[in-house]
Design a protein around this ligand. Structure first.
Ligand SMILES: Cc1ncc(COP(=O)(O)O)c(C=O)c1O
Length: 355
């Protein structure tokens, strides 16, 4: 029999969910391609500012119902930031200590948010060490390692229950092209793409799933070769997506296509998206937009009508010191000008110029 604390904790999370509204689906007109309607699922409007709010809620419920979290349990997570921000929020709600293990250099804005929700940040120099360090810390504290990379695909109900796919398809139902031709997302844990891919197949939809991958990430190579031992050096430099190892929650079997996106193009796309919708979003949103725009141009080139949905994963205010900072771009040798021109021309003409 679960304790009163466990039952009350589940109820507290459900009450918080009841108080929350779903995120918006924004229609984005592409002047050069009136026959292709693009939509941006704005996950930055969650209480903790990113798509990871859904995952954090699912992970806490999963661990409470598995008996892995009890009153006073210290929660530890390996995260580039967004998941840690959302988990710190739920840990505080349940009165639990929270430690986030992350690469040194994670955006100061995210560190401040984790600390705002009462979390503690623990740094590693090598991004590849976040997993072992988080497991070591949890063990040393008698706590629980949430391990989003392993459990993201398991903790999320891919058949429904207001997962991100159900929310998208529900919000699309009155649109001219209610069944999207493509859904385009990136992968960090792979949980979002696994959820959307499974949902489409479970509902026997015709929509195809495209996953975009930044530089220094293994997912595209793994998708092509299915060699799970492939690794990559250093971080992807697009926070939240791209991984140095194949993550257990990434499910290549539900992916119909993958596209590699240069980092400079992702940062350029952040500015193009801002010019189209008037809001700043993060790097992974730029990566998503590049993939969606390339597919839109292909459809326009074939004279195909239809819709494409992609994600705005988190807000741009977290990256004012990095991707939106010209000094940071120059210091990291990212020249975005040719990509801004290329992507803006594609929006205006429907013709795609490869990077
Ligand atoms: C900003 C951002 N975008 C995209 C993703 C990728 O989502 P997933 O882990 O579900 O693959 C993450 C994951 O951490 C993220 O933080």
């Amino acid at each position: 029999m679960p304790s009163t604390w466990v039952r009350e904790s589940i109820h507290r999370i459900e009450r918080d969910f009841q108080r929350s509204a779903d995120t918006h689906l924004i229609a984005v007109d592409l002047p050069g391609m009136p026959q292709v309607q693009l939509y941006l699922k704005d996950e930055s409007t969650h209480p903790t500012g990113s798509l990871k709010h859904r995952l954090a809620r699912s992970l806490f419920l999963y661990c409470l119902c598995n008996g892995w979290i009890k009153e006073g349990t210290t929660i530890v997570e390996a995260s580039s930031g967004s998941t840690a921000v959302s988990e710190a929020y739920f840990a505080r709600m349940l009165g639990l200590p929270f430690i986030a293990v992350m690469p040194r250099g994670t955006s100061p804005a995210k560190v401040a948010l984790i600390e705002f929700y009462g979390g503690q940040c623990h740094y590693v120099d090598n991004p590849g060490e976040v997993y072992s360090e988080a497991a070591r810390l949890a063990h040393a504290r008698g706590g629980h390692y949430m391990d989003q990379f392993t459990y993201a695909e398991r903790a999320t109900d891919w058949r429904g229950n207001n997962n991100i796919a159900e929310s998208i398809f529900d919000q699309m139902r009155s649109e001219a092209h209610a069944e999207p031709r493509w859904v385009v997302v990136g992968a960090g844990t792979g949980g979002t793409s696994a959820t959307i891919g499974r949902y489409i197949r479970y509902n026997r939809g015709a929509t195809e799933l495209c996953v975009v991958d930044p530089e220094r990430s293994v997912f595209l190579d793994y998708y092509r070769t299915r060699d799970a031992s492939v690794t990559a050096e250093g971080g992807s430099d697009v926070e939240g997506i791209g991984r140095p190892r194949v993550e257990p929650s990434f499910e290549p079997g539900v992916v119909d296509r993958m596209i590699r996106v240069p980092n400079a193009a992702s940062y350029a796309a952040m500015r193009v998206v801002e010019s189209l919708v008037g809001h700043k979003y993060g790097g992974s949103t730029g990566t998503n937009f590049c993939g969606a725009l390339e597919l839109a141009c292909e459809m326009a080139g074939r004279g195909e009508q239809g819709s494409i949905v992609t994600l705005a994963c988190d807000g741009g205010e977290r990256y004012l010191d990095t991707y939106y900072n010209d000094k940071w771009l120059a210091a990291n040798r990212y020249d975005i000008a040719p990509h801004v021109a290329r992507l803006t021309a594609a929006c205006a003409t429907g013709r795609w110029t490869p990077a």
